[in-house]
Ligand binder design. Structure first.
Ligand code: HPA
Length: 278
């Protein structure tokens, strides 16, 4: 058997030995956004370290677990903490959790992250609906023999971010009076932040925000036919756009600032998404 698939199935069996919970929506909480987990009516928590062979994050503040439970009555699995490519894991490990959540039943993947704002009209603390992404600066997680059990060799990528889910998030933002930017998210590998010249390049290429996650997960989930949506928390303006050097600490500060808006946006959107997949 393909070793990537074999590992995935091992993790799947391990999760199923611990819980038979079937989520409709999978939520990935980005850097600084882990506090959202408090909104979940928890049924079961599963630290990543208890899933055999599961990649465990080494970043402070990312110590991870799956949280199974309900958001407004919608069954969800939530990842508090994710692994990043820059930690040194093979890219197939980075996307293993997204694949696993599809296998346990999630039909919708709600990706969130902290990102640097590239668009000059963005401010730290803004939320951005991801309309599309730039993938070509990170390794493609589908490289290697295709896993036919998961999807096709050459998946279409013209509508990765589900239009109906985007509309739900847009409508919810309006109802909740949450100001919502929209744009294209580009994944770079990190872990160093970008240079000002990198950021000028990203702007020319059409990126509105940059970060170190999300796109590879979206590629793997799209391969498996999940419906995907994403929201970035703009934690800082990207390199060269202000006089300040970038620090990991400001990511947390901006996330804290955005937390009330983020919370109401995600909760109300998930409630509506739950109706979609019923
Ligand atoms: N660049 C890359 N990743 C990030 C940034 C940034 O400026 N901010 C938060 N994640």
């Amino acid at each position: 058997m393909n070793p990537v698939f074999e590992k995935l199935m091992k993790c799947y069996k391990c999760v199923r030995e611990k819980t038979d919970f079937v989520p409709d929506v999978a939520i990935v909480l980005g850097s600084g956004l882990g506090e959202y987990a408090k909104q979940i009516d928890v049924v079961f928590e599963l630290p990543y370290s208890e899933v055999e062979e599961f990649p465990v994050s080494t970043v402070p503040g990312h110590a991870g677990k799956f949280i199974f439970g309900y958001v407004e009555g919608v069954p969800v699995v939530c990842m508090k903490g994710r692994v990043h490519y820059y930690e040194g894991y093979p890219i197939t490990d980075v996307v293993l959790p997204a694949r696993l959540m599809k296998l346990i039943g999630a039909k919708i993947l709600f990706l969130t992250n902290a990102a640097g704002g590239v668009n000059t009209s963005f401010h730290a603390g803004d939320l951005m609906l991801i309309r599309d992404h730039i993938a070509c600066f990170a390794p493609n997680p589908l490289i290697g023999p295709n896993i036919d059990e998961l999807g096709v060799r050459f998946p279409d990528m013209s509508r990765v971010y589900d239009r109906e889910l985007q509309e739900i998030i847009r409508d919810t933002a309006k109802e909740q009076r949450v100001y919502l930017q929209e744009g294209v998210y580009a994944q770079l590998t990190g872990p160093s932040f970008e240079s000002p010249a990198d950021i000028r390049m990203m702007r020319v290429l059409g990126a509105d925000a940059v970060g170190m996650s999300t796109v590879v997960e979206a590629i793997a989930a799209n391969h498996m036919g999940m419906r995907i949506c994403g929201v970035s928390c703009i934690s800082n303006l990207a390199a060269g756009m202000t006089e300040n050097p970038l620090t990991h600490e400001e990511v947390q500060e901006a996330a804290d600032m955005a937390a009330p808006n983020f919370t109401s946006l995600v909760t109300e959107s998930v409630k509506k998404m739950g109706q979609l997949v019923k």
